[in-house]
Ligand binder design. Structure first.
Ligand code: ADP
Ligand code: ASP
Ligand code: MG
Length: 409
């Protein structure tokens, strides 16, 4: 008999009826003799609702209070699910992150798991109970409640699976696996049977929110067998694996990721002297703002235009910081655009194929989509384009790289 860690996301526990359905499903696994540890998210929309409440009170609450607030969403679902299981004659026990305990560092709202105490879980499993753990939350050394960043219940699931040496970590969600791109945008997207950790990590980092980035990192690092499946229909889902497919079967491009959460800042007419990049980006990083893509080019007049992208939430803050630096540097002007997006093609097959970039650029050009920035790594090419071209660009690339499924049902 196997030990499974099963994580059910927000839409899977979005109503009492859905929680009852999850309880049925979990009981079904238990009845087959498997040991089951369940991780649940808050009911869909709840974490956003709680964040909204906080912002009604003040613009920038302390991260500690935010964590105390947003962690409550998961406390509701663990208890309701246990009640639904108990009602079905399936003994179950709920635990918050602090009770388990899931020890994290003290970086509120983006804490990292350091250690998991599996004693209570093992003892409950031994007594035939289902263990239900709150996703997304932990506790630091001083007993403060911490959270793991948005989408963090995936990471709770994977970390528990690693700690318990589970046979599989199963991420149950509202899609039946990982698709070649977000099926909400491209109806012809296809479910992948398998995807490598490396590709999944790129997809997640580049905006495919089906798995939190850290959960994939964690699963790769501890070699946790990880599968994404549908809560609502049976099927094999998608296995995230270390194995690459053979050269013959490998598609050049495995998937397309995109992110709308982007903004672009350009400092025009900066003197082209050593230290400029550091003088622009130093204060940005000192303000705790993460920079993504960077492009710099020298013009004939020995000045340079310096462009970089940040998360859209940071746009106003970064504009203020950069306007200040630009005055100090004697730059001509600072411009910003917060209606851009990033579209990326990902595939380990890119390593052994030439012409992928030009095919991407030709495809976008054929749709008259202007590319504003480009960045590449060994297994991905990302472009920044105007947000209004997101759907068009993703669909055109999906077709051009042969990813469309034959049927749309
Ligand atoms: P949960 O609430 O279960 O954690 P999420 O909303 O976080 O669910 O993740 C599932 C969603 O991820 C899907 O509804 C889908 O729209 C989106 N998604 C984005 N990219 C992909 C992809 N490549 N494959 C599958 N789903 C994707
Ligand atoms: N409830 C948290 C969120 O909405 C964690 C999760 O769902 O994974 O981000
Ligand atoms: Mg999620």
């Amino acid at each position: 008999m196997a030990l499974y860690v099963q994580k059910y996301g927000g839409t899977s526990v979005g109503t009492v009826e859905k929680i009852e359905a999850v309880a049925e499903k979990v009981k079904g696994f238990r009845d087959k003799g498997h040991d089951i540890v369940v991780v649940v998210s808050a009911m869909s929309g709840e974490t956003n609702r709680l964040i909204g409440l906080a912002h009604e009170v003040m613009e920038q609450p302390t991260p500690r209070e935010m964590d105390t607030l947003v962690s409550t969403g998961e406390q509701v679902t663990i208890s309701l699910l246990c009640m639904a299981l108990n009602k079905r004659g399936c003994p179950a026990r709920s635990y918050t992150g602090g009770q388990v305990q899931i020890l994290t560092d003290n970086a509120h709202m983006k804490a990292r798991i350091q250690k998991i105490d599996d004693e209570k879980i093992h003892s409950d499993l031994k007594q035939g109970k289902v263990v239900v753990v709150a996703g997304f939350q932990g506790v630091d050394e001083d007993g403060n409640i911490t959270t793991l960043g948005r989408g963090g219940s995936d990471t709770t699931g994977v970390a528990l699976a690693a700690a318990l040496n589970a046979d599989e970590c199963q991420i149950y969600t509202d899609v039946d696996g990982v698709y070649t791109t977000d099926p909400r945008i491209v109806a012809k997207a296809q479910r992948m049977e398998k995807v490598t950790f490396e590709e999944m990590l790129e997809m997640a980092s580049l905006g495919s929110k089906v798995l939190q980035i850290r959960s994939v990192e964690f699963a790769g690092k501890y070699n946790v067998p990880l599968r994404v499946l549908s809560t609502f229909q049976d099927g094999p889902g998608t296995l995230i694996t270390l194995e690459e497919e053979s050269e013959m079967e490998k598609p050049v491009i495995s998937g397309i990721a995109f992110s709308r959460d982007e903004a672009k800042i350009t400092v025009l007419g900066v003197p082209d002297i050593p230290g400029v990049a550091s003088r622009i980006l130093g204060p940005v990083s000192a303000a705790n703002i993460e920079v993504d893509m960077i492009v710099q080019n020298v013009a004939a007049d020995k000045t340079t235009d310096f462009t970089f992208t940040v998360h859209r939430n940071d746009f106003n803050k970064v504009m203020k910081v950069v306007e200040q630096v630009s005055d100090d540097l004697g730059a001509r002007e600072v411009t910003g655009d917060d209606s851009i997006c990033k579209v990326s093609i990902v595939g380990v097959g890119m390593r052994s194929h030439a012409g992928v970039a030009s095919k991407m650029f030709d495809t976008l050009a054929a749709e008259s989509i202007n590319i504003q920035m480009i960045s590449t790594s060994e297994i991905k090419i990302s472009v920044v384009v105007s947000e209004k071209y997101l759907e068009l660009g993703v669909r055109a690339l999906h077709t051009a790289f042969g990813l469309d499924s034959e049927s749309t049902d």
